[in-house]
Ligand binder design. Structure first.
Ligand SMILES: [Zn+2]
Length: 297
């Protein structure tokens, strides 16, 4: 039986999909990458970007593409200290191997450490991280308060390769400064990564300002999961209605053993928002048109 939700899922793109392994081999997923890809293909999704907090997913995606052909899978890089932080060399290498999204730091962002966000979870998983404190955290600002030259170089690479940059777990102030810098150098594709997350701490005024710059705001299904409930479906819808669906994208972003496979999470996300009064055309914008623009496909 295929209903309205299945039709909306058909052709959808998940720009933020976690796979396995992630963080450590102990962090289990409901399904591994190939099975996640099969389920997405079965749902007739257009594709997903495989994200890891640790390493570029370029090699993994290269191999996956030999195993499944009826779904698009795109690799990405997250600029945590595990890849050298704000390293234009790491970013360019990943881009040369097909990376389609660059994430600013997540668990190694100073903001995340300051807020005891995802870095807190990471420290419970990696004992070597216990010594990694706020002072080691990455910020886009240099000591003089200017944007670090390496960050500008990375934005310029994203512009030249026409890939979007997500703000990761940078602070809302950093996200907005990054937006201004992106505009200055002509990078038009920037995503405010899940501002509702505790790791980010974005408020509605930051979201509004970022959207008004012509960039995109990410809403993740992770935030709606029963065990987290960091935002309510009603509030997600209120924010989408305020900034507009053409400035919004929907992604999954979950990596737990107890979370459904990514394609199913995307399906639940669409169904949840429909039941809260989001229109089908708005869903189409958030899961199909906007991600396609961001990926240049
Ligand atoms: Zn993520």
């Amino acid at each position: 039986m295929r209903g309205q939700v299945d039709q909306l899922l058909e052709g959808a793109i998940d720009l933020h999909c976690h796979g396995y392994p992630e963080i450590s081999l102990d962090v289990q997923m409901r399904v591994e990458d190939l099975e996640a890809a099969r389920l997405a293909a079965q749902a007739k999704m257009r594709g997903f970007v495989l994200k890891s907090h640790m390493w570029p997913t370029v090699g993994r995606v290269y191999q996956l593409r030999h195993q499944i052909s009826d779904i698009n899978i795109w690799p990405s890089i997250t600029l945590n200290v595990s890849v050298g932080g704000f390293s234009p060399w790491a970013a360019e290498s990943a881009l040369k191997q097909g990376a389609k999204v660059i994430w600013m730091p997540t668990w190694s962002a100073k903001n995340d450490l300051d807020r005891g966000g995802f870095s807190h979870f990471m420290k419970t998983s990696l004992s070597s991280l216990k010594m990694f404190c706020v002072d080691n955290g990455l910020t886009i600002f240099s000591e003089t308060g200017e944007i670090d030259q390496r960050v500008t170089e990375i934005l310029a690479l994203a512009r030249d390769y026409e890939v979007p940059v997500s703000t990761g777990h940078l602070s809302p102030v950093e996200a907005i400064s990054l937006g201004r810098e992106a505009k200055r150098i002509g990078l038009r594709k920037l995503i405010f990564g899940h501002p509702d997350s505790k790791s980010v701490g974005g408020q509605i005024e930051h979201i509004r300002e970022f959207a008004e710059m012509g960039f995109f705001i990410e809403f993740t299904f992770l935030g709606l999961l029963p065990a987290l409930q960091r935002i309510s479906p009603k509030e997600v819808c209120r924010r989408i209605k305020e900034i507009g669906a053409n400035r919004s994208i929907l992604t999954t972003d979950a990596f737990f053993e107890w979370a459904p496979p990514p394609a199913e999470m995307m399906r639940m996300f669409i169904a949840t928002l429909l039941s809260e009064g989001i229109e089908t055309d708005e869903i189409e914008a958030m899961v199909k048109r906007n991600p396609a623009v961001l990926l240049n496909i």
